[in-house]
Design a protein around this ligand. Structure first.
Ligand code: MN
Ligand code: MN
Length: 458
């Protein structure tokens, strides 16, 4: 199975194509972490999982989930073995690079109402200009109401966007480097151009605020306690004349989040407790209450142990984590035929060759990476080959070309066995990312095989 085009395995591609219809629907709706959690909860409920708040005790075979602050979910199938013997964990992140509205976003200039933004995660700023963008998120009012905002994703909605200079007047801009041509402070969105009246000092801005007030009953001040994210508008689409790929926003890392979740949902019974955890804030360092570094996950396992009747759940949670195996499900840099020089071709990820394992990521001399144990990697190879999963190995680019990280090291810090495993992506962090449908499917198959494979590992 190692390093072959996975399409050749399928005489009938229908299972691959059908699975990807579900995936396209998911990323079309789940454009930020809150919406991803909402969609995940729907899928969990439809597949017999119960919210832990409605559960008094747990036993083997039970299916439960925890939701943390609306942005983080951990779902479990309780195994036949005691939980402290360890879990099989699939972990992915559900935040993606984007533009966020500032706390005081609104201003008017030269007849336009504009929204000031601060970008989130690593972006090539020029990629976010002159494309259709949508506003999604929440505005939290002082009276406790949380107002859902979603403008631009429905084809009947208006869209917003970031303007860029016409080529005719870009002599100065074109002489700059790509990194400097578009300034972060200039990634502001255009919200309107129609004045409300003749009296107002900022009549165009006043008109936009009036519209927001009418539709959502929110005031300018309410945007101080808001989380409005500016994301690419419109649905995920088939890419390529052969429809072999999906173009969409947020494959990093919702392609791995969806396949991990579906792998758990489609698993019946397990010896080791199976888990899928979806976290926020990976793109900015996995920090804070809803990131992978949060105590949420450890606490959730302790709560499960308490519900299973364990008298020392916190200590048992530590043991459970130490005895766990994890796939840190995060996307890999797909080999781009237009830019071959950034990769070592024999250690690169290719679209269509299946689930990618990264023994390590990091930058420079593997800095900041979780360098996985070869004993564990051997177990993974065996598991994938036995299940007939197409898989490949990769590094994140040539040595010293750049680099990056995932949540792998954070769970590794609990002394569990972790390896990075994900889907190769083209255009990573661009508004339109590309994945191969067959890689999405192989990832799902690989994750499923990992959850059920039972064997003692060195
Ligand atoms: Mn990622
Ligand atoms: Mn990323």
């Amino acid at each position: 199975m190692y390093r072959k085009n996975a399409w050749l395995k399928y005489k009938d591609t229908k299972p691959v194509m059908d699975f990807n219809e579900g995936y396209k629907n998911f990323i079309t709706v789940a454009k930020n972490e809150r919406l991803a959690v909402r969609e995940a909860e729907k899928l969990l409920k439809a597949n017999g999982f119960k919210n832990v708040e409605d559960v008094k005790s747990v036993k083997a075979g039970d299916r439960v989930y925890f939701i943390n602050k609306k942005k983080n979910v951990a779902a479990f199938i309780i195994g036949k073995e005691p939980i402290e013997n360890g879990l099989r964990i699939l972990g992915a992140h559900i935040d993606s690079p984007r533009l966020d509205l500032k706390e005081h976003p609104f201003y008017e200039s030269k007849g336009f109402a504009l929204g000031d933004t601060h970008y989130y995660g690593g972006i090539k700023k020029y990629q976010w200009t002159t494309i259709p963008l949508a506003l999604i998120g929440v505005v939290c009012k002082k009276d406790g109401t949380v107002v859902d905002i979603n403008i631009g994703d429905d084809p009947k909605d208006p869209i917003v966007g970031v303007t860029d200079l016409l080529i005719h007047l870009s002599a100065d801009q074109m002489a700059k480097t790509l990194a400097k041509a578009i300034e972060g402070e200039n990634l502001d969105i255009t919200l309107g151009s129609m004045p409300l009246n003749e009296e107002d000092k900022e009549p165009v801005k006043a008109n936009v605020l009036r519209l927001l007030k009418e539709k959502y009953d929110i005031d300018e001040e309410d945007f101080i306690s808001a989380e409005i994210e500016i994301v690419p508008a419109g649905p995920a689409r088939d890419y390529g004349l052969d429809r072999s790929m999906v173009a969409g926003y947020g494959h990093d890392d919702r392609s791995c989040a969806y396949t991990s979740l579906m792998a758990l949902l489609d698993t019946k019974s397990v010896k080791k407790t199976a888990c899928c955890i979806l976290v926020d804030k990976e793109e900015i360092g996995s920090v804070g209450a809803t990131g992978a570094q949060s105590l949420f996950f450890e606490n959730a396992i302790a709560k499960l142990l308490a519900l299973a009747g364990n008298d020392h759940p916190l200590w048992a949670a530590r043991l459970a984590m130490e005895n766990s195996e994890m796939l840190s499900s995060d996307v890999s840099a797909g080999f781009d035929a237009l830019y071959p020089s950034v990769n070592d071709p024999k250690n690169a990820a290719y679209l269509g060759e299946g689930l990618v394992f990264n023994k390590y990521t990091g930058r420079g001399g593997k800095g900041g990476s979780n360098d996985s144990m070869p004993e564990y990697y051997a177990f993974i190879r065996n598991t994938m080959d036995e299940a007939g999963v197409n898989w490949q190995n990769a590094e994140l680019g040539r040595v010293d070309q750049g680099g990056g990280g995932t949540i792998a090291y954070i769970l590794g810090n609990y002394n569990m066995r972790v390896i990075d495993a994900g889907i190769p992506v083209l255009n990573m962090h661009a508004p339109m990312e590309i994945v191969s449908k067959v890689d999405v499917y192989e990832a799902y198959l690989g994750y499923k095989a990992f959850l059920v494979k039972y064997k003692n590992i060195m």
